[in-house]
Design a binder for this molecule. Structure first.
Ligand SMILES: Nc1ncnc2c1ncn2[C@@H]1O[C@H](COP(=O)(O)OP(=O)(O)O)[C@@H](O)[C@H]1O
Ligand SMILES: [Mg+2]
Length: 392
């Protein structure tokens, strides 16, 4: 059984070296920006360059185009030579987004980048011979040749990149929807189990306890019996208490019985009993009559924030403020603890803050998590949740 291990150990290193040797030139080709390669090549071998390259004069008449450029525009080198650049990169398509585009490159000198900040907001579109438009990215360099300014334009078709980008965006938004759906299914299930526990099992235990009391009266009680009955009663009380605790961990009853404001009050009460931290809750009950989806999200956010403060912050004072501003609910949770680092928010195994963000985004809100202003230390979470118009 040891032979394959031995084999792999022996051959892995040289194999790796060989692979690296073979892939390095490819990586260089992929990673090195086109214009840098064009610059290295200088004027030599223009017609055979791998990148689509066009040379124009100052009037933007094409002097030369290489086969790659002809292939990109779906035409031939001969058809491009002598044509106006406008035919392939139409002027009206060049001025989207940026003022300084090809039309003005004569004024701006060397290495004007035609593209926008990112590939997605490319400023230039190409026009193929068959009329199809496609996104382009490229660079321009100007050279003086015999007193004439000649422009070398290196182009890259970014259709594929754009498609990948769009696919990524699509799957990103699907994931977000999935996450929102899972969250609400989870809440529904918790609510359901909590209700079953309370109504079903809770009622059974209560009845059992009553029966036990009756039995105690009927038994005419020898002291030994009375002790057993007492013991049983104690056990039933413990069971009822744990059941209530488990059910309210699953779903706070206050949320269903008294609404969000009341639920937050009891969350606060519970928290300050268990932790040496002051918690101030600034909210107006009338502003917090929201439907179940909103109440649950807000409750879970405040709950997670308080749990984090207890676990990580070493804070003494916490403020939780909820206020309506126009049709939005502004939620601020501040503590004066040790503060949060940017890297804390990307911990691979931490899902509390991530879940918080997902919940907010699921309701089309915005959230920012960071340090308190003015270098005072501590953490601050700011959330703005747009509320539907018909809510009162
Ligand atoms: N109020 C806070 N003060 C200081 N650090 C915090 C606070 N809240 C969160 N953090 C940091 O952010 C990290 C990520 O939090 P979270 O996503 O809730 O995961 P978890 O609580 O499971 O660690 C925590 O591990 C902690 O280091
Ligand atoms: Mg947490």
């Amino acid at each position: 059984m040891s032979q394959p291990d031995h084999f792999s150990l022996h051959f892995a290193a040289p194999l790796l070296a060989l692979t690296l040797l073979l892939t390095l030139p490819l990586a260089w080709l992929l990673l090195m920006p086109a214009y840098a390669r064009a610059a290295r090549r200088g004027g030599k071998g223009f017609g055979h360059a791998g990148d689509a390259t066009i040379r124009t004069d100052a009037a933007q008449t094409i002097l030369e185009a290489n086969p790659a450029a002809a292939a990109m525009f779906g035409t031939s080198v001969a058809a491009m030579r002598g044509a106006a650049l406008d035919k392939f990169i139409p002027r009206d398509l060049r001025t989207l987004g940026q003022q300084q585009t090809v039309g003005h490159f004569g004024d701006t000198g060397v290495n004007l980048r035609m593209m926008g900040r990112r590939a997605v907001d490319h400023a230039v579109s190409g026009l193929k011979a068959n009329g199809a438009r496609f996104p382009l990215e490229g660079t321009i360099a100007s050279v003086d040749e015999d007193g004439q300014t000649v422009y070398t334009i290196v182009l890259r078709d970014i259709t594929a990149r754009k498609q990948v980008h769009e696919q990524l965006e699509r799957s990103f938004s699907q994931l977000r929807q999935l996450s929102a759906t899972l969250q609400s299914i989870r809440e529904e299930e918790r609510k359901h189990i909590a209700r079953e526990l309370h109504d079903d099992l809770g009622q059974l235990l209560a009845t059992l306890r009553l029966d036990l009391t009756l039995l105690g009266k009927l038994a005419g009680a020898a002291p030994a019996n009375a002790r057993i009955l007492d013991n049983m009663d104690g056990l039933i009380v413990t069971a009822i208490t744990s059941l209530r605790r488990i059910a309210s961990n699953l779903r706070p009853r206050a949320l269903d019985e008294g609404g969000l404001y009341f639920a937050l009050q009891s969350l606060r009460q519970d928290f300050i009993q268990r932790h040496p931290v002051n918690v101030e809750l600034l909210a107006d009950e009338t502003e917090l009559t929201l439907d179940d989806a909103y109440s649950t999200v807000i409750y879970r956010i405040v709950q997670e924030s308080l749990t984090n403060i207890a676990r990580h912050a070493e804070a003494r004072n916490v403020t939780v403020a909820l206020h309506r501003v126009d049709s939005e609910l502004a939620i601020e949770i501040q503590d004066d603890g040790r503060g949060i680092e940017d890297s804390d928010m990307d911990k691979a195994t931490s899902f509390g803050l991530l879940g918080m963000r997902e919940r907010v985004w699921g309701l089309h809100g915005t959230i920012s998590i960071g340090a308190n202003e003015g270098g005072a230390g501590g953490t601050r979470i700011d959330i703005a949740l747009p509320l539907p118009a018909e809510r009162t």
